[in-house]
Every structure is written in structure tokens, then in C-alpha cells.
Design a protein around this ligand. Structure first.
Ligand code: HEM
Ligand code: HEM
Length: 396
């Protein structure tokens, strides 16, 4: 068999690409699906999830590399001519599915890699030594989430295309018995000589447009309505009411940081812009936390234990900045999982008329609150946890 394609059959290089990419795509789908459905209840189970995702990503990146090489190779090759040029609809369907598969074998790993790059943290590494993140992709939780939605919908589309593609191949093998399979899988000399045919450019363009429409449609499928952050403010007299804001945490998992947000929290803020002093009381609904793939685990009995300790609290007096340009500090106590410790929250504050923008973070050690006591190994879940907020408030 020759390395190059002939008008009758695919050469061995195209076949090697076809079957290795096919096998790796099956493996990537299996590993991704399996990893997403593994239990995350214990340290050992979490480790297994990280390891499976690492393999998923590594296999996926290999698909991307092979797909790019395969496309370059295919561009230099003649395409075996259609066996039944007269069956226009069948030809259209086969070509549309082929084009959609070409797009799928690039777009699925690429979107996976974009999630891995954009996720603030990403929780399992690609198993290779030459870098993890893609250039030009900012670390952005929202981007990771929306591309994640595409990736999760896209694999169903890719799987559906493979089913159609295999059904077509089986139809040729079992019903038409026309030797189509031999062009890609069997001895090349068993592939029949296709008739001469001349297709119009439009008949090539239509399947490409249809394949693009399939993937555009996939991108447009809306995500399930995510819960919008519900930030409500109790207002003391002369207080400031939070208009919008985010409150989140970041912790290392499997050696890489992962971050999450609380959708529901309240802040009662009292602040005198002249004296630069005040008081703040924040209460956080633990059940509203989302933390990547391990939200339930984080809220479960091993960690924050939301059923037993539904609310975390920070309360403190706001101290003026020590010098011009230095941050304010709210000094007080932090209560998580039923334990209260002294805490200091430095934050920057920018006031424009009656609107204030505040932003700050503090680091705590989860062991001070007895959180994750069973996870004594820092390589699974790190000890330091960063608590971060960003809000806009208006004076009442
Ligand atoms: C992930 C799985 C698969 C992908 C992404 C895939 C992709 C493709 C693509 C893009 C082509 C067109 C190649 C070209 O024109 O250069 C092709 C051709 C072909 N594939 Fe697959 N394939 C997959 C699995 C399979 C399987 C499981 C079978 C068999 C049961 C199969 C049988 C064939 C055959 C017979 C051809 C040649 C069709 C022809 O001569 O017109 N493929 N495949
Ligand atoms: C052929 C390529 C790929 C296919 C077919 C594929 C398929 C899948 C599947 C089936 C899942 C599980 C989704 C679910 O259960 O809802 C998944 C999840 C995931 N994949 Fe891939 N994947 C591919 C490549 C990659 C690559 C290269 C990366 C990263 C470098 C990656 C990163 C991820 C991540 C982070 C998730 C979890 C997403 C989430 O839960 O939001 N994937 N993928």
C-alpha cells in the first residue's frame, strides 16, 4: 500500500491518522465522561478524579496535535473519488458529516484546552513537560464556564456525528456491499475503481456550510440558567448598600489553585468617609458556594459542612489607612464552620460621590477552622485559602 492516497483508496498515512485519531477520540470521550461522574467524597477519590482528568486532557491534546498534522497531510493528498457520484443526497450527508468531524476533532480539544487555560487554577495538569496554558487566553472564570458549557454540549454532538459516520460505513459494508470500507480499512486493491465524476463547486460548498451550521448551532445552545449572584444588603442608618459584588475563595487542589464564588451573601456597611472609619458585618450563605467540579464536596461534612454550619461571618471595625495610598483594614473576627478566630481584612477603597468601590482579600489557614481535618496532605487540598471580595456600594 502506498503512503499517498490514490483515486481509489486512502494511503497508509491517511489510514494511520484516521484510526489513531478515532481511537484517541473514543478514549477522550470515555475518560472525560468517566472523570466527570466519579465520586469526590474522599481524598483518594479526589486524587482519582484529578488523575483521570489529567489523562483526559493529555489524550485530548494529542488528538489536537494529530488532527493538525492530519489536516496538513490531507491538504497535500488527492481525495479518493466518490463511488456513487449520482447519489447526491448520500454524498451530501457523508461530506457534511466528514466536515463536521474535521471541525470536531479540532474544536473539542481546543475548547478543552481553553477551559484549562482560563480556569483560575484548573485542577489537574496536562501530563507533559512543555507548558500548560495557551497563549492569549486570559485567566477568566466566566470564559472557562462558557467554553466549558460548549465542551460539555459539544461532545454529544461529536459522538452523534461519529454514530452517523459509523452508520454510513456499516450501510456501505452490509447493505451496499460496495467496498467503501476497504478504502479506509481493508486491502487497497479490494477497493473498487470509482467512476469519473465532476461535481459542481456548490455541491462541495453546501456540506461545508451545513457542518459549520452544526457547530454554530452547538455554540448557541444556551447554558442552563446559572444562579445569578444575589447580593442583598441590610442597611444600617448612614450605611452603604451593596449594589453588586462578588465574594469568592481560592484554594490549591491537586497542586493547582481552584476558585469559586458564593452566590448569596449580605453585607451591612457603616463608613464615615471623613473619619475613614466604620464597621462592617458580612454573612455568607455557605450552601451558595460553587467551586468547580468539587462544589458538593467543599460544602459537605469533610469541609465547610453547610448543613451543620450554614453561615460564615466576618465582623470588624474599619481602621483608616496607615498612610496615603495604603489600604484600609477591617479588624475583627471571622467565623467559619462554627469556629471564630481574629482576622484582618485589608481592602482598597475608591469613593466617587455617593458611590464606593471596595476590593480586598485575606488569607486564612483552613486548619484553624478544623476544615478538611481528614485531608492532612497539602498536595490534595492546600492549607491556605484566599478569601476575596470586590463590591460597589452606594451611600444611603
Ligand atoms: C472518532 C471517530 C472517527 C472520526 C473523527 C472519523 C473521521 C473521518 C473523516 C474526517 C473522514 C474523511 C477523510 C477524508 O476525506 O480524508 C473519514 C473517512 C472514513 N471513515 Fe472515519 N472517522 C471515525 C471513525 C470511523 C469508524 C469507527 C469507521 C468504521 C466503522 C470509519 C470509517 C471510515 C471510512 C470507511 C472512511 C472513508 C470514506 C470514503 O472513502 O469516502 N470511521 N473518517
Ligand atoms: C478530542 C478531544 C476531547 C473530547 C472528545 C473531550 C470530551 C469531554 C467529555 C466527554 C467531558 C465530560 C463532560 C461531561 O461529562 O459533561 C469533558 C470534560 C472536560 N474536558 Fe474534555 N474533551 C476533549 C479534550 C480536552 C482537552 C484537550 C482538555 C484540556 C486540555 C479538556 C478539558 C476538559 C475539562 C476541564 C473538562 C471538565 C469540564 C467541566 O466539567 O466543566 N478536554 N471533555
Amino acid at each position: 500500500m502506498t503512503a499517498r492516497n490514490t483515486p481509489r483508496a486512502y494511503g497508509w498515512v491517511a489510514r494511520l491518522f484516521h484510526w489513531s485519531v478515532a481511537a484517541l477520540i473514543f478514549a477522550a470521550i470515555g475518560l472525560g465522561f468517566y472523570a466527570n461522574n466519579l465520586p469526590t467524597g474522599s481524598e483518594a477519590e479526589l486524587q482519582a478524579v484529578f488523575a483521570t482528568f489529567s489523562w483526559h486532557k493529555t489524550v485530548g491534546v494529542t488528538v489536537l496535535a494529530l488532527a493538525v498534522l492530519r489536516i496538513l497531510w490531507t491538504m497535500t493528498q488527492p481525495k479518493p473519488r466518490p463511488l456513487h457520484p449520482g447519489r447526491k443526497l448520500e454524498l451530501f450527508a457523508a461530506e457534511m458529516v466528514h466536515w463536521a468531524l474535521w471541525i470536531g476533532m479540532v474544536i473539542m480539544p481546543l475548547t478543552g484546552w481553553i477551559i484549562h487555560s482560563a480556569a483560575p487554577g484548573g485542577f489537574s495538569r496536562i501530563l507533559w513537560p512543555i507548558g500548560q496554558r495557551l497563549p492569549f487566553i486570559p485567566e477568566d472564570a466566566e470564559l472557562a464556564k462558557s467554553i466549558g458549557h460548549f465542551h460539555e454540549t459539544g461532545w454529544w454532538v461529536l459522538a452523534g456525528l461519529i454514530v452517523l459516520h459509523v452508520a454510513g460505513a456499516l450501510k456501505h459494508a452490509l447493505i451496499d456491499r460496495d467496498g467503501t470500507l476497504a478504502r479506509m480499512a481493508g486491502p487497497a486493491d479490494r477497493a473498487p475503481e470509482p467512476p469519473q465524476s465532476h461535481a459542481s463547486p456548490l455541491s462541495h460548498l453546501l456540506p461545508i456550510l451545513a457542518a459549520l451550521a452544526i457547530w454554530t448551532g452547538t455554540a448557541l445552545i444556551p447554558a442552563e440558567q446559572a444562579q445569578e449572584p444575589l447580593t442583598t444588603a441590610a442597611q444600617p442608618a448612614s450605611g452603604w448598600a451593596v449594589q453588586q459584588g462578588t465574594l469568592g475563595i481560592e484554594v490549591a487542589q491537586g497542586g493547582a489553585p481552584i476558585s469559586g464564588q458564593f452566590a448569596s451573601w449580605q453585607a451591612a456597611i457603616d463608613y464615615d468617609p471623613t473619619a475613614k472609619t466604620g464597621h462592617v458585618a458580612v454573612s455568607i450563605d455557605i450552601a451558595s458556594l460553587t467551586l468547580g467540579a468539587v462544589s458538593d464536596n467543599a460544602k459537605g461534612p469533610d469541609f465547610l459542612n453547610a448543613p451543620a454550619f450554614p453561615t460564615a461571618k466576618f465582623e470588624g471595625d474599619i481602621q483608616p489607612p496607615a498612610s496615603e495610598g495604603a489600604p484600609h483594614i477591617a479588624r475583627g473576627t471571622l467565623t467559619i464552620a462554627g469556629k471564630t478566630i481574629p482576622a484582618e481584612l485589608p481592602f482598597s477603597l475608591e469613593i466617587n460621590g455617593s458611590e464606593a468601590k471596595a476590593k480586598g482579600e485575606m488569607k486564612v489557614d483552613r486548619r484553624d477552622f478544623g476544615i478538611g481535618a481528614g485531608y492532612a496532605d497539602e498536595s490534595t487540598v492546600g492549607f491556605p485559602v484566599t478569601i476575596r471580595f470586590d463590591l460597589t456600594a452606594t451611600q444611603q
